[in-house]
Design a protein around this ligand. Structure first.
Ligand SMILES: [Zn+2]
Length: 141
């Protein structure tokens, strides 16, 4: 065997060893991630169904806490549901709660406010003239 062949074989061997080490590390990491429990699905607090028609979702933020929320209607019994996740800084865990939102909460989170509807209307009229200029333009004609 010539020196060139030996060198190229050892280079290839090192490559294979390196690749398998990286592969094992990736596999262990993937397994560790898979072991973490999947976040629970929104669940109807009244009938326990997981078939929720999500109306809106978003994120919220607090002092040393935060998480996500989803509002929706149960497809089985029609109950309005609130699914909320919150980071608990003391136990270093995410907590999930399901409850029935009040009418007030539902209105605030799901139904657009008059101000939001006005903005949406203005955006749909792009390119729009600001309302005060529109009056000026009308007065000029
Ligand atoms: Zn239900």
């Amino acid at each position: 065997m010539s020196t060139a062949v030996i060198i190229s074989l050892s280079v290839a061997g090192t490559g294979v060893v390196l690749f398998s080490v990286l592969f094992c590390v990736a596999l262990v990491r993937a397994r560790r991630l898979a072991k973490q429990p999947a976040p629970p699905k929104p669940k109807c607090p009244r009938c326990g169904s997981e078939r929720i028609d999500i109306a809106t979702s978003g994120l919220w933020d607090g002092i040393n806490t935060g998480g996500g929320f989803q509002y929706g209607t149960c497809k089985d019994c029609g109950t309005r549901c609130e699914h909320r996740s919150a980071w608990d800084d003391q136990s270093r865990q995410v907590r999930y709660t399901d409850c029935i939102p009040t009418d007030e909460q539902w209105r605030q989170e799901v139904e657009p406010s008059p101000e939001q509807m006005r903005i949406q209307q203005l955006q749909s009229q792009w390119p729009f003239i600001p309302e005060d200029q529109k009056q000026v333009a009308q007065a000029a004609t």
